[in-house]
Design a binder for this molecule. Structure first.
Ligand SMILES: Cc1ncc(COP(=O)(O)O)c(C=O)c1O
Length: 388
């Protein structure tokens, strides 16, 4: 249901854009590394830094852990899980590594992953392969699937009685494709296989619910789509599995079924965590669904135009239910680096080149401040590059 007239909507997003300090020398279409903070969140972060500097150890010794619980509960609210199933981490890498290195692997255990998983997750499993004898099986997720079943079949084909886990991104970082995680988790559960979801790009970009997905482990970064300061992440572990995960840094203050046993990271920059509720406030005031709809609408706007150009190869599905704010395209006559460089040097458009064996192009990652006018500039640039 729409509550806004088109005019009201345009005004709303103009106001949001004013909250950002943006570089004025480029059209900023690379928001995938992390999302810069809008000014109200940045100001809150600065206040927390100052407050912490004023109160020092008085704060750390009396309030830190209580506040961390409150912040973790706010994140649990966004991810729709029990607060007892979630810890704050520094980022997705730490969250995922806590699981991969914390499980007791047995020689011959198999893990299914895909070519489009994030490089450092693939490396973590390679490490387990070399030192723990874990076997990896790699699937090729279709760039433009015709159905969820097609994706499930790709994973199902590699399942065996030895499969212990599936590692899967919720949103593929290279292409923006949203995977049918709920269905994959249900399939895996039927076969006694655990699912570790890399949700780096999902939380804050699309609605995410741990209860609904019913996965086993889920790692995310809050400095991406929640726009918290750099160094904020979260890890969800299904309650029944907490005893299975060994802590990276031992902490006997907590029982083996308490997720906090996984959260001993020593002295850390508490102001970043304290800003998470401010970032969540900004995100909820904007409206999570409104944000998701806007990002999808903007992506549909530019992709539907450039798809028509004969030199363009889209690496993102056409079905708008399978993407949100990220999409990727290549051009037949340009390498990813050449395309990226041409966009930057000739048209002042900032993207990122993606050059992997299965995906070649540039990734365009939008944010709530991007405008239709900026996307018209992107489309005009691609139109010119299309004239070879
Ligand atoms: C799919 C995916 N997983 C994990 C990461 C790592 O995130 P971080 O550096 O915040 O740990 C990224 C970063 O872009 C990513 O795209």
């Amino acid at each position: 249901m729409r509550f806004f007239s088109a005019d009201h909507t345009a005004k709303f997003w103009r106001k949001i854009r004013k909250d950002y300090d943006l570089p004025d020398d480029v059209v900023y279409l690379e928001n995938g590394y992390y999302n810069i903070m809008p000014r109200p969140v940045l100001r809150a972060f600065q206040r927390h830094v100052e407050e912490l500097n004023r109160r020092g150890s008085l704060y750390m010794r009396t309030r830190l852990f209580e506040d961390k619980d409150v912040v973790a509960a706010r994140v649990a609210g966004v991810m729709d899980c029990a607060p007892e199933e979630l810890i704050l981490t520094r980022n997705t890498t730490e969250s995922m590594n806590t699981i991969i290195s914390g499980l007791r692997w047995e020689r011959g255990d198999e893990v299914i992953l895909s070519y489009t998983d994030y490089g450092s997750m693939i490396d973590m499993l390679r490490f387990q392969r070399e030192y723990e004898g874990v076997e990896t099986k790699i699937v090729n997720v279709p760039l433009n699937p015709q159905s969820d079943q097609q994706i499930l079949d790709v994973y199902a084909e590699k399942m065996s009685p030895k499969t212990r886990m599936i590692l899967v991104p919720h949103i593929i970082h290279l292409t923006g494709q949203i995977l049918p995680i709920k269905k994959l988790c249900a399939l895996a559960r039927e076969r006694g296989i655990q699912v570790l979801v890399d949700g780096a790009h999902a939380v804050g970009q699309i609605g995410v619910s741990m209860r609904d997905l019913d996965c086993d482990f889920y790692g995310t970064s809050l400095h991406k789509w929640i726009s918290a300061p750099l160094g904020c992440g979260a890890l969800f572990v299904r309650e029944a599995l907490i005893p299975e995960v060994l802590p990276t840094y031992a902490d006997y203050n907590f029982g083996e079924d308490d997720i906090k046993k996984l959260n001993h990271t020593g002295t850390h920059p508490a102001a970043t965590d304290l800003t998470i509720p401010d970032a969540i406030d900004y995100y909820t005031a904007m409206g999570p669904q409104r944000k998701e709809d806007r990002l999808r609408e903007l992506t549909t706007y530019w992709t539907s135009r450039v798809r028509a150009f004969d030199q363009v190869l889209m690496n993102t599905p056409e079905d708008s239910r399978r993407y949100c704010g990220i999409a990727n395209f290549g051009m037949r006559h340009l390498s990813p680096k050449e395309l990226h460089t041409a966009l930057l040097e000739r048209f002042n458009i900032w993207t990122v080149a993606i050059d992997t064996p299965t995906v070649k192009g540039v990734r365009v990652t939008l944010n709530v401040f991007n405008t239709f006018g900026e996307l018209d500039q992107l489309v005009a640039a691609v139109r010119q590059l299309n004239r070879v």
